[in-house]
Design a protein around this ligand. Structure first.
Ligand code: ATP
Ligand code: MG
Length: 405
């Protein structure tokens, strides 16, 4: 990768300086917003004509992610290209990288795409993972240690939002679940007693400089992120320090360039697993901005999307400063009237009542159709104090029909 800095506006009057993104979902949309605010032009590659990012970008190339002509058009248009979801085929990134700056690199993305490779990388960084076994053959299935059950069987590739995951209580359930998943390569993880979950978002530049957002405390419901809370006291300081240094070493060892999110489990301190594993276990990483970092748009001086732009353009990274305690509520399609009753959306949630609460920021991703489990947007709540932000967030949750937390 060329270390040249791509200064905003440097393209001059007749040549646009364009940053590209593979994938047109909400993460791409927020990247596009950040890039455009700083004066860059943007290009999105996504086959969907109505993709959230494609609709707000200067350019939208509507081809499959592996289409050589589409990739070539993107490479010709852009001075640098990033990705917004980890399932972009790594060979597509490698093709782009032949002619244009790409960050993160195909190698790092390829590791994050495969749970087995990812876990091996974590272990190599000296960061504990949940006990697990790779299951690619019937022999490996038969050889699974009893100690891994009950567990969670996860497809090695293409999982997200809890999809491609089955909880299994015993060997019979494990065999049935693997058959249901059509025998694709999987990882069986021991089911751990979680006290809580947290994530760390780091941004690392090509020069090796690395900054991090404050550590997020995350609540998942049904395998999907529901609530993120970020403020002083959300987590014990010693834990925060360990999680940040683990995330930075994971990024350093990949020689990563871009924004990386690392998700952690904090184990119930009374459990034998906590004694054995040391209390903090890495779950997985995402080679891109992450849902748990959305609060940074409204509560930090530098958002995760601006960090993505800066790492891509070779601009300086400054340690983000959070200026307000924040809580983020995910807005799933389930909240839309009609969808909740099992049908199609017949209206929208009461945004006017929610926005009457002080310190609330509504983000909708421009998706036409609400459906169960679909991420339609998020709401950030900021306040002057932790007590205030929690009280307001609970009021917003009640208005929206989100269970209290
Ligand atoms: P996403 O990409 O949306 O983060 P995912 O589909 O990749 O999700 P995971 O992060 O692996 O899924 O798991 C989703 C959630 O399931 C976790 O956040 C956690 O709440 C629970 N979970 C996963 N693995 C374990 C485990 N080994 N023990 C206990 N709980 C687990
Ligand atoms: Mg996860």
């Amino acid at each position: 990768m060329s270390p040249a800095v791509l200064l905003p506006g440097a393209g001059g009057a007749h040549s646009e300086l364009t940053l590209g993104v593979m994938g047109g979902g909400q993460l791409g949309r927020m990247f596009v917003h950040a890039a455009q605010r700083m004066g860059y032009f943007t290009a999105v590659l996504d086959p969907d004509p109505l993709s959230p990012a494609g609709r707000v970008s200067h350019h939208h190339i509507q081809t499959a992610y592996t289409d050589p002509a589409g990739l070539q058009a993107l490479a010709e248009r852009c001075v640098a290209i990033t990705t917004e979801f980890e399932n972009v085929p790594a060979p597509a990134l490698a093709q782009l990288a032949q002619t244009v700056r790409v960050a993160p690199g195909a190698d790092a993305v390829a590791i994050a795409q495969d749970r087995a490779e990812e876990k091996a990388h974590f272990a190599g960084c000296g960061v504990p993972v949940a006990p697990y076994a790779v299951i690619e053959t019937s022999a490996q299935l038969a050889a699974v240690a009893d100690d891994l059950l009950p567990g969670i069987l996860k497809t090695a590739r293409m999982g997200y939002d809890g999809k491609g995951q089955v909880r299994v209580a015993d060997r019979a359930a494990l065999a049935a679940a693997w058959a249901d998943l059509k025998g694709v390569p999987c990882v069986l993880e021991k089911l751990l007693p979680l006290q809580l979950e947290c994530s760390v978002i780091v941004a690392r530049g090509a020069d090796g400089s690395c900054v991090n957002l404050p550590v997020q405390r995350n609540l998942h419901r049904a395998g999907i992120l529901a609530v993120t809370e970020v403020y002083e006291g959300n987590l014990p300081p010693a834990l925060v320090e360990r999680a940040v240094s683990a995330a930075k070493s994971i990024a350093d060892n990949l020689r990563y360039v871009g924004v990386l999110c690392v998700e952690f489990f904090v184990l119930d301190p009374a459990s034998p697993a906590a004694q054995a594993l040391g209390g903090l276990v890495v779950n997985e990483m995402a080679p891109r901005p992450h849902n748990s970092g959305h609060y940074s748009l409204d509560a930090c001086d530098v958002s995760q999307f601006e960090l993505q732009v800066r790492t891509l353009a070779g601009l300086p990274l400054t340690q983000p400063r959070q200026h307000s305690p924040a809580i983020m509520l995910n807005l799933l399609g389930d909240l839309w009237p009609g969808v909740r009753q099992g049908g199609t959306a017949t209206g929208v949630p009461p945004w006017d009542q929610v926005l009457a609460l002080p310190g609330t920021f509504l983000h909708l991703y421009g998706k036409a159709q609400a459906s169960k489990g679909r991420k339609m947007g998020h709401l950030t709540i900021t306040g002057a104090s932790v007590a205030q932000v929690r009280a307001t967030a609970l009021q917003a949750a009640a208005l929206l029909g989100i269970e209290a937390f």
